[in-house]
Ligand binder design. Structure first.
Ligand SMILES: [Fe+2]
Length: 340
């Protein structure tokens, strides 16, 4: 069929349709100036039925428009931004979430986390989950090893899982994972046959736990994608400080997803994903004692590093209480904008 002979009567053509919402009943000036565009959109979003969503939309639009006006964004710059965001979306696969990576390097993940995880009662603080957690970690005995032998420097991790009152939490599930001595997670190997450098164990009756691992090393976050391009364009390095990941849960307690960061790493303060908090920086103790090393199950004995740190969990109730503060702050702002 030649162009121009388009068959408008064919069955699969759906006519343009209204979404069923009537035009606003209030008057709107023609959007012919920067400020009118913003004001009109804020008024239109004012029709959002959900009050919290309305608040978020209106605030977002005000800040977004203010950014565009303040930076006097050029058409080319905006088009470059749209193309960049398109590439971020296109880089996502079932095993790679480039959008989360974007949120991470922009500090948004860390910011949302810090607002939603108030510090209280000496509870262990959160850190970023990162993209390398898997569900298939093998169960190990308390005192067992998460890493296959022969690689890296020996490290033993031990502590207790406690309440904020210092009471032991028995049977807490501890998932832990780290990169190997190549700075790679097992999932980054195409020929991965089984989980390695990761494991799941349970705290004992007295809340204690211990496991063999290796001293973590700094590693690079992937750069062969739009986020790598972003980091390079901002003159930022892509090395995460060395860390050991932990995810700890127990019934009635709020699950903590965190990492411990050895204090001797050069990249601690310039983590590209802003995961490091002061309370999560740990000192590794050097133990030069062959008997101690063998007692902890290190096959070659010799010396090892000791990471000693308790994990303190909040009850769900404690967390709800702490979050009230954050919500109250946000509500103050909401009421303020409502009266604008
Ligand atoms: Fe990591």
């Amino acid at each position: 069929m030649a162009h121009g002979d388009f068959d408008h009567t064919q069955d699969n053509v759906k006519p343009a349709a209204s979404n069923g919402i009537a035009p606003p009943s209030f008057p709107l000036p023609l959007p012919d100036s920067p400020d009118t565009i913003t004001a009109n959109l804020v008024l239109l979003i004012g029709q959002t039925p959900d009050p919290r969503l309305k608040f978020i939309y209106q605030l977002l639009v005000k800040h977004l428009h203010a950014f565009i006006k303040e930076s006097n964004l050029s058409t080319d710059e905006w088009m470059a931004a749209i193309q960049f965001l398109t590439r971020v979306g296109q880089a996502c696969t079932p095993v790679r979430q480039e959008m989360i990576f974007l949120s991470d390097v922009l500090g948004v993940s860390a910011l949302v986390d810090i607002l939603n995880s108030p510090v209280m009662g000496g509870a262990t603080e959160n850190s970023v989950l990162g993209p390398f957690f898997t569900e298939d970690a093998e169960d190990i005995e308390n005192g067992g090893s998460i890493a296959s032998d022969g690689k890296g420097e020996y490290m033993y991790v031990e502590g207790r899982v406690l309440t904020t009152e210092g009471e032991p939490i028995a049977g807490a599930v501890i998932n832990t994972w780290e990169a190997d001595d190549n700075g790679l997670y097992d999932t980054q190997y195409a020929d991965r046959t089984h989980p390695d450098y990761r494991g799941r164990l349970h705290s004992a009756k007295d809340g204690s736990f211990g496991f063999r691992a290796i001293v973590p090393l700094p590693y690079s976050v992937p750069v062969e994608g739009p986020i790598g391009e972003l980091l390079t364009s901002q003159g930022r390095h892509n090395i995460r400080p060395s860390h050991l990941h932990l995810m700890v849960e127990a019934p009635g307690y709020h699950e903590v997803i965190t990492s411990f960061y050895p204090d001797d790493c050069d990249y601690l303060t310039s983590d590209p994903v802003f995961g490091v908090k002061k309370s999560l920086v740990v000192k590794l103790e050097q133990v030069d004692d062959d008997v101690e090393a063998r007692k902890r199950g290190f096959p070659k004995g010799g010396s090892f590093k000791l990471l000693k740190r308790d994990i303190v969990l909040l009850t769900e109730e404690q967390l709800r209480f702490a979050r009230q503060q954050v919500i109250r702050e946000s509500e103050k702002l909401y009421l303020q904008t409502k009266n604008d």
